[in-house]
Design a protein around this ligand. Structure first.
Ligand code: ZN
Length: 300
């Protein structure tokens, strides 16, 4: 086995992923199948289970967690049972199964790989991972995570100290929750603003109905796709959304007079009906809307 080659390819992979990932670090299946070394395609994912090794390498290049099937439960929670490490389950229950053996070898060589967390069909949040321990009794590997940027900068992920590891895991968990919430909400709303129908994903956010700080969960029925200005207006109770999906603009703002943004951007949306997905899995939760509308009324 040519360890130096294994290392070089991995570093090229992190460069590549950093260059093709969107601003949230999300890459598509297509992009994961389009990496090349020189003119030669080197696949980063296969069609089988979560552990993948391209034919040009001797050791696995990626491990993958599939997206949640019903799109509802926030992922990741099951996997991270430690503050510093990602726990990755063995393939099957035999520690000597060949793929587990390969992962162990990778760990012993101190080589990183790509960790892909599925957030939606064909969409993955990519991080760098280094396997650092192996628990045959618990049938898991322990991995340290780092974002692509950290991996690319040549920082040896295996050398991160406890605090840095805990920080990276926290960051990865947050990134994952926010990104998968945003992706799923935007998809449910057909990438357009519930209020003004703007269709520029760059300008759209997934707003929480029940705020994060009030225990609102990152699931589609607790979300609304809103463009950034309405997201901010909703969060600061300048606009409220009634449980019957009609908007209200706060009284004092309704009476102001100013330029066109105020008139057309806000005041015209007083008593407008918002557009939301119909399916029960995606439609905003009426109880959540009610609770949040009460907050708007109290602020008015
Ligand atoms: Zn909008």
């Amino acid at each position: 086995m040519d360890i130096e080659y294994e290392r070089l390819v991995r570093s090229a992979v992190f460069d590549y992923l950093e260059s093709v990932a969107d601003r949230d670090g999300v890459v598509s299946w297509q992009q994961l199948r389009s990496f090349r070394v020189g003119n030669e395609p080197v696949l980063l994912v296969g069609s089988g289970n979560g552990i993948f090794k391209p034919r040009q390498l001797d050791l696995p290049i990626s491990i993958l967690t599939a997206p949640p099937k019903d799109g509802r439960q926030p992922p990741y929670e099951d996997e991270v049972s430690s503050d510093e490490f990602l726990l990755y389950r063995y393939r099957g229950t035999d520690p000597q199964q060949w793929e587990n053996v390969r992962l162990r070898r990778l760990m012993q060589e101190g080589l990183p790989l790509v960790y892909l967390h599925g957030i939606d069909v064909g969409r993955y949040l990519a991080s760098a991972a280094m396997l650092v321990d192996d628990d045959p009794a618990g049938l898991t590997f322990m991995a340290v995570l780092a974002d692509l940027d950290t991996a690319r900068s040549g920082t040896d992920i295996g050398d991160l100290n406890d605090r840095e590891r805990a920080y990276q895991i926290r960051l990865a968990r947050q990134r994952l929750q926010q990104t998968s919430f945003r992706e799923r909400v935007l998809k449910a709303y057909k990438k357009s603003c519930a209020l003004c129908r703007l269709r520029h994903p760059e300008l759209l956010d997934a707003a929480h109905i029940i705020r994060d700080a009030h225990g609102g969960r990152p699931i589609v029925p607790n979300g609304l796709a809103l463009c950034k200005i309405y997201h901010a207006a909703y969060d600061s109770n300048i606009i409220g959304i009634r449980p019957d999906l009609v908007t209200e603009v706060r009284g004092d703002v309704l009476e102001e007079s100013d330029g066109p943004m105020l008139a057309h951007g806000l005041q015209e949306f007083h008593r407008a009906e918002i557009w939301t997905p119909r399916s029960a899995n995606s439609a905003p939760d009426p109880a959540g809307l009610e609770e949040r509308y009460a907050e708007f009324l109290a602020a008015s």
